[in-house]
Design a protein around this ligand. Sequence first.
Ligand SMILES: *[C@@H]1O[C@H](CO)[C@@H](O)[C@H](O)[C@H]1NC(C)=O
Ligand SMILES: *[C@@H]1O[C@H](CO)[C@@H](O)[C@H](O)[C@H]1NC(C)=O
Ligand SMILES: *[C@@H]1O[C@H](CO)[C@@H](O)[C@H](O)[C@H]1NC(C)=O
Length: 401
Amino acid sequence: MFKLTQALKFALPFLAVTSVYAASSALEIQARANDSAQCVVQATPILSFTSSQWIWTSELTSPDGSAPIGSRAFRKTFLSPQGKTPSFLTIGFASDDEATLWVNGNAIVTQVGWENPGSYCVSLENCDCGFLIAFNATNTGGQAGLLVDAVVTYTDGSTSPIVSDSSWRTTTGGIPNGFQQSTFDDSAWETAETEGGNGVAPWGHVQPAGAAPQSLATSQWIWTNEPSPGSYPIGARALRYTMTLPPGHTSGTATVMIVVDDQYSLYINGRFIGTGTNYITPQKYVAAFQGPKVVLAVYGENVGAASNPAGLLASIQVTSQDNLSYCSNCNSVTYAITDNSWKAFPGPVPSGFEQPGFDDSAWPQAFEVGPNGVSPWNTIAPPTTVTTGGTPLPGAPAGSA
Ligand SMILES: *[C@@H]1O[C@H](CO)[C@@H](O)[C@H](O)[C@H]1NC(C)=O
Ligand SMILES: *[C@@H]1O[C@H](CO)[C@@H](O)[C@H](O)[C@H]1NC(C)=O
Ligand SMILES: *[C@@H]1O[C@H](CO)[C@@H](O)[C@H](O)[C@H]1NC(C)=O
């Protein structure tokens, strides 16, 4: 088991837009939305993993549940009861070590690690009475498992649960081509082996984003990969994190908790959000944004007369909406922390770095200085009040309007 810190990387939207939305025009969707007799508007269910089992293939070995390194396919075909029309699917999953989710052949999201699972809403408006959930789950060593909790909401407001259990189909040895398509025949596959419910070792209790209050508990202090992490050169550095939302999720709200040793200005999708100037007092911001991406950019400054500790500690929770849902707000909730999935530029701040279109592909990964609580910082508690207003630090970009 490799205990990867949480990182989220979403499937490229172009993989998914092709067929989920193909059958309905925006006008048709709007017409259905206007026809209130067609559905009872439903809130997005809160997931819990309470009835879910960790599952894997029959390749698990006793006593510790380790499995061969590699990717395995998992499939669950769901048929709705007669007379029920699915409206949307709310689904969350945790995977040791990572997994990509497909619904009816459309890539929805790739999640790395199991500690901070998201909760994803997938519109099912064109899928008739049945649909297919498929995973490519990858074990990079040691124990392996996949834990899934989902709820299908029908147009009449009623729901059905779907959880990972021994009814799921899987196969040993590798992943056949086309495994994620509804037309693929999995009748010769084995059924999944169960490894215990939520809370079982080695994973412990898993909670989906949105079910627990946001905090900084699992965040890492990060900075650049410059030498001597305990004593960085003074001056400003640029750090960036990009979250691509699930397909069709084009707007939402981001809640950011953030502190920098020594001070920072924060930007979301190029817009200035706020400035903090105390290295142990975090701030909390709530900002609306337009998707399909959320780019956090931090102008972080290490001040002093000589080299000294520097770091950025943050968490971000994003709630976004499917643009075509008509029987609900179809919310997805995703959670990310500061870790080495951020990018950090080890030199003077490049001009325009705060803009979402800026190309950071050549930047190195951020360096993880240590978890919240590591010396020389005290444990940083989550801020409770929302900060508004402020101006960029001297030298920091103004940001777009
Ligand atoms: C849906 O309702 C809105 C607001 O009443 C209206 O502007 C729009 O034209 C309607 N769309 C359709 C396709 O009926
Ligand atoms: C499954 O996921 C792994 C890890 O991301 C990737 O290397 C592999 O190509 C994927 N396989 C398929 C068939 O999607
Ligand atoms: C909804 O999102 C999809 C996928 O990003 C996009 O192709 C489509 O144009 C969007 N529709 C509307 C009405 O915004």
